[in-house]
Design a protein. Structure first.
Length: 196
């Protein structure tokens, strides 16, 4: 058994011993909102958004981007579980800013081993076969952080499955300070419309 597996199972055992009444938490989030953010390990939405267990939905993926799967999760969050407000939160120093679709496609074509990055860019160190399948994926990389937040909020706002009365907020999390920084253009495009 790996050390990581042992550590996770040990931590879970400790958690079980203090689980208490959490088994009676309702399925819908108590505070009725959802956050879409990056999977980056430096981000802790429970800390930066003041969440307790059962408070909100937190949807995470590489970059916190509005992929089809993120839309799927947000629509379920609203339609079946009653969330009423959504946040899109990208962050500074995001790995999604360090490569392009072409770069990752080329790396995957070379090998499936882990690549590394230095001051000259990304490098593959693997040997053996890779796959050209990476060329068929839009990796949703980031060229401009504020622009990516705006584009993602706009995509949600204009999606035909998203009700117009849900406000969608756009922010950038600063990994050096922990501060949420508003993206004004995203806030504007994400404003809720009144129901008729």
């Amino acid at each position: 058994m790996s050390n990581v597996l042992e550590e996770v199972l040990s931590a879970n055992q400790n958690y079980v011993e203090t689980f208490g009444e959490k088994g009676s938490l309702a399925m819908p989030p108590k505070r009725r909102f959802a956050i879409l953010t990056c999977m980056d390990a430096r981000l802790d939405p429970a800390q930066f958004a003041g969440l307790g267990e059962g408070d909100a939905h937190v949807i995470r993926n590489a970059g916190g981007r509005v992929s089809d799967d993120a839309i799927r999760s947000l629509v379920i969050s609203y339609k079946l579980l009653g969330t009423r407000e959504w946040f899109v939160i990208h962050h500074t120093n995001c790995g999604m800013e360090t490569f392009t679709n072409q770069i990752i496609s080329d790396l995957l074509k070379s090998s499936l081993d882990t690549a590394y990055v230095d001051e000259t860019g990304w490098h593959d160190v693997g040997s053996g076969s890779g796959s050209g399948e990476g060329a068929y994926i839009n990796w949703l990389t980031i060229d401009n952080l504020a622009q990516s937040v705006y584009e993602d909020v706009k995509r949600i706002r204009l999606h035909p499955l998203v009700p117009s009365q849900i406000p969608i907020y756009g922010y950038i999390y600063d990994v050096k300070t922990g501060k949420l920084i508003e993206v004004p253009e995203a806030i504007e495009v994400g404003k809720a419309k009144q129901q008729q």
